[in-house]
Design a protein around this ligand. Structure first.
Ligand SMILES: Cc1cc2nc3c(=O)[nH]c(=O)nc-3n(C[C@H](O)[C@H](O)[C@H](O)COP(=O)(O)OP(=O)(O)OC[C@H]3O[C@@H](n4cnc5c(N)ncnc54)[C@H](O)[C@@H]3O)c2cc1C
Length: 469
């Protein structure tokens, strides 16, 4: 479906200066930025309602040096954030891209708040692995559904056209110059729209099993928890046009998706002092390294299942997340006054669970490090009532993709921009390197918002230069 067709002889029904493919966070932010620079913009979205993986996310966006951090007394800077990103991905990502997105994202959030009324606040009551400062920002419900609803509302209020049920099935190009797109409608009719610049904001290939098998084989059979419409079209078009790609095995996994409820259980359950045990009641890893790499670790346990075990104090923190509240409402979060009662509800060996929890108590009291390398110093003990959720590992989204320059223009194998093609969000190579462990919490929406804004501004400037020549 993702083809490149000649532009020669094609009559486009109409032509728009900037066309954006995909109505998730990257596409909506790009559209707002391009519109503000005076360009005519059209967003094309395959679904009846733009949502994407953005709607499934927790909607948390990392940003350094924001006014919300200052108000909360949190010291941070783009340089410090960039260093955290590079450290998590063990030096793999392009330092220039990392510096760029770390610089751009804070002002971008303040712009979305000031200009479009998105009421961000900083999550200041727990830390995510690898972040040296509390810098996750979210909307009141801490949900991606609210993020995409508010972005969509802003786009509509700005008067930007969004065409839904508009599945882009081909690009029309003269060499590497994009002239327009082919849209297939639900009734199989086809329309063609011309463009001055094209922004690919149609995310990665998490929904395309063949591409996941090829690039992320360890999660080939894992639950895919992202948006199924993300079929890797940007990657396939880019490859066909000779674009450079990088870190295609990079991805965000998650080791705590309630099963069978299918709801994300926030990693605050771990960072605040919870642990994971397997069906035998035993710990099996250093959970605190990060939720992304934990997906494959959980999947290697019997039946691909683990239990996230914490207590009521931690549950109270987790309740700021809509997802967690839903998991509780569905009865996915078990509660018990003693380890023995918890083990009975979990249907696992009571002695093994009691021994595991006693070991954790001891490590916390001593401030010790366990055999997996997890440091329990400063971690509050787990006290009754205990909580437990049955979880599995899942693939959330892919992080590799098209290589872009400082204006989010897609580059070819020689590092030359492909004229009028831009990429943002999951369509572009992110800043997580080639491994799940390189994903620092928030890297997904980071490049959606930062590259979305860069791409929108750059595409609008390029088309306006072209028309003024
Ligand atoms: C459960 C979950 C929780 C997450 N939590 C977080 C978090 O808290 N913080 C964070 O930073 N990241 C998080 N992520 C990752 C984050 O959701 C993504 O990185 C981000 O939403 C990507 O935005 P995007 O705009 O690139 O893609 P999307 O939001 O997926 O939007 C892409 C859009 O393109 C459309 N599309 C695709 N192909 C075509 C086509 N050919 N024609 C027309 N339309 C097309 C799709 O329908 C979709 O609407 C999470 C992901 C999941 C799954």
């Amino acid at each position: 479906m993702s083809r490149i067709l000649p532009a020669d002889g094609i009559e486009f029904e109409f032509t728009v200066p900037v066309v954006v493919i995909g109505g998730g966070a990257a596409g909506m932010v790009a559209a707002l930025a391009a519109h503000e620079r005076g360009a005519g913009v059209l967003v094309l979205e395959r679904d009846a309602l733009p949502q994407g993986s953005t709607a499934l996310s927790a909607g948390l966006i990392p940003a350094p040096g924001t006014r919300w951090q200052r108000d909360a007394g949190i010291e941070d800077s783009p340089e410090r954030f960039a260093a955290d990103i590079i450290a998590k991905a063990k030096g793999e990502p392009d330092p220039l891209e990392v510096a760029r997105v770390a610089q751009v994202v804070g002002p971008a959030l303040e712009w979305l708040a000031d200009r479009y009324g998105l009421p961000f606040s900083v999550v200041d009551n727990f830390s995510y692995p690898g972040h040296s400062a509390r810098r996750m920002h979210g909307l009141p419900s801490r949900s991606g559904a609210e993020l995409i609803d508010r972005l969509r509302g802003a786009v509509e209020t700005a008067g930007i056209d969004v065409l839904c049920e508009a599945h882009v099935t081909a690009l029309h190009a003269d060499g590497a110059q994009i002239r327009g797109v082919e849209i297939t409608r639900p009734d199989s009719s086809v329309e063609r729209v011309g463009c001055g610049a094209l922004i690919l904001a149609c995310n990665g290939y998490g929904g395309n099993r063949a591409l996941v098998e090829r690039h992320v084989p360890e999660l080939a059979d894992a639950l895919y928890f992202g948006h199924t419409g993300n079929q890797g079209d940007a990657l396939l078009w880019g490859e066909a046009l000779g674009a450079a790609t990088r870190h295609l095995s990079g991805h965000q996994g998650h080791g705590s998706v309630a099963h069978p409820a299918g709801i994300l259980v926030t990693w605050a359950t771990i960072t605040e002092g919870g642990v994971q045990v397997n069906a035998e009641g035993r710990r099996f890893s250093n959970e605190a390294q990060g939720y992304s790499e934990q997906a494959a670790v959980v999947l290697r346990q019997p039946d691909g299942i683990a239990w996230t075990v914490f207590d009521e104090r931690i549950a109270a923190i987790a309740r700021q997340f809509e997802d967690f509240r839903q998991a509780e409402a569905m009865g996915a979060v078990l509660s018990a006054g003693t380890p023995a009662e918890l083990a009975r509800l979990m249907k696992i060996d009571a002695n093994a669970l009691a021994a595991t929890l006693a070991d954790i108590d001891r490590l916390k009291a001593e401030g010790g490090t366990d055999g997996f390398g997890r440091d329990f110093a400063g971690s509050a003990p787990l006290v009754p009532p205990y909580r437990a959720v049955r979880v599995t590992g899942a693939l959330f989204h892919t992080q590799g993709g098209l290589v872009v320059d400082d204006e989010a223009r897609v580059l070819d194998g020689q590092g030359t921009p492909l004229s009028n093609l831009y990429a943002a969000g999951g369509a572009a190579c992110g800043v997580s390197g080639s491994k799940a462990s390189g994903y620092l919490s928030g890297n997904g929406l980071l490049t959606a918002v930062a590259l979305g804004r860069i791409a929108g501004m750059a595409a609008a400037s390029a088309v306006s230069e072209e028309t003024s020549q």
